[in-house]
Design a protein around this ligand. Structure first.
Ligand SMILES: NC(=O)c1ccc[n+]([C@@H]2O[C@H](COP(=O)([O-])OP(=O)(O)OC[C@H]3O[C@@H](n4cnc5c(N)ncnc54)[C@H](O)[C@@H]3O)[C@@H](O)[C@H]2O)c1
Length: 268
């Protein structure tokens, strides 16, 4: 049987990763991965609203995006606060007129501790930033996408720790990232009818303030590297391809996927 569904032209195929004319929100954009992803999306043509609880850290990312000839704004947003996220999304619509891509990078590892003595307030703090924060940003982006009526992209940030336990005190972080993975799949099923693609990127490890505790401990570094078949920590640019792919028309038929960018950590 011949497939007679409409095909893209060669020109359209060449532009399949283009984000020209798209507006992205990147949370945690004042942080390491957030900055890299915000800049990466701008390289492929997106204008970017940068959100972070520490707005003073966002000057660099805004300057980088503007240097690429794209529009960028920075807002102090607490992703755990309904009011803050709602207000920031209203501001994005006021500044850019629309939103097409939401990347929820803001996150915290908290203080890793043995489960039997885990400070439950610390545990809750990690759950609030990673799970409640992801949910609130997804909720307000999703509501806008549905109102706009032409689909949208949600990219959450999971972790190898969302798939696999670890003896190193991950009762909060691992649990939160497992929840982020399932939330992403849940939203994928609910919002497919609105042409909203919901996918996650799941890194293994890269060196940032969030992983400083591990980097300071040579024994832990050795354990982590032994678990990564490619044998090294990720570099920031390793994530750009995945972020652009999941933000672009190239992934229009992909939803509910947890894309591991982890040097093979969950492969075996
Ligand atoms: N570093 C790693 O090895 C690693 C591995 C797997 C997953 N991740 C995930 O990648 C994401 C980015 O982490 P990173 O390593 O770049 O860390 P980072 O500390 O450099 O960046 C995190 C950013 O989130 C912001 N943030 C924290 N709480 C917030 C809040 N309530 N509201 C708004 N912003 C808030 C921080 O200010 C910071 O700028 C996180 O979700 C993290 O869990 C990191």
């Amino acid at each position: 049987m011949v497939d007679d569904t409409p095909r893209k032209t060669v020109e359209e195929l060449r532009n399949i990763f283009s984000l020209e004319g798209k507006v992205a929100v990147v949370t945690g954009a004042g942080g390491t991965l957030g900055h890299a992803i915000a800049k990466g999306l701008a390289v492929f043509g997106a204008d970017v609203a940068c959100w972070d609880i520490k707005p003073e850290f966002q000057e660099d990312v805004v300057a980088d995006i503007k240097a690429l000839g794209r529009k960028a704004t920075a807002s102090g947003v607490d992703v755990t606060s309904d009011e803050s996220v709602k207000g920031a999304m209203e501001q994005v619509i006021a500044d850019f007129g629309k939103v097409n891509i939401m990347v929820t990078v803001a996150g915290s590892a908290g203080n890793r501790q043995p489960a039997e003595t885990f400070d439950i307030n610390e545990w809750q703090k990690v759950m609030n930033i990673n799970v409640r924060g992801t949910m609130l940003c997804a909720k307000y982006a999703g509501a806008e996408y549905i109102k706009q009526g032409d689909g949208g992209k949600l990219i959450t940030i999971g972790s190898v720790r969302g798939f696999l336990g670890h003896p190193g005190g991950y009762a909060a972080y691992g649990t939160s990232k497992g929840a982020v993975h399932l939330l992403t799949k849940q939203l994928a099923t609910e919002w497919a009818k609105y042409k909203i693609n919901c996918n996650a990127i799941a890194p293994s490890i890269f060196w940032t303030p969030l992983t400083q505790q591990i980097k300071n401990d040579p024994e832990m570094v050795k354990i982590f590297m032994q678990r990564i078949p490619i044998g090294r920590a990720a570099e920031l640019d390793d994530f750009i391809g995945a972020a652009v792919y999941l933000s672009s028309p190239a992934s229009d038929y992909v939803t509910g996927v947890i894309l591991s960018v982890d040097g093979g950590a969950v492969a075996g």
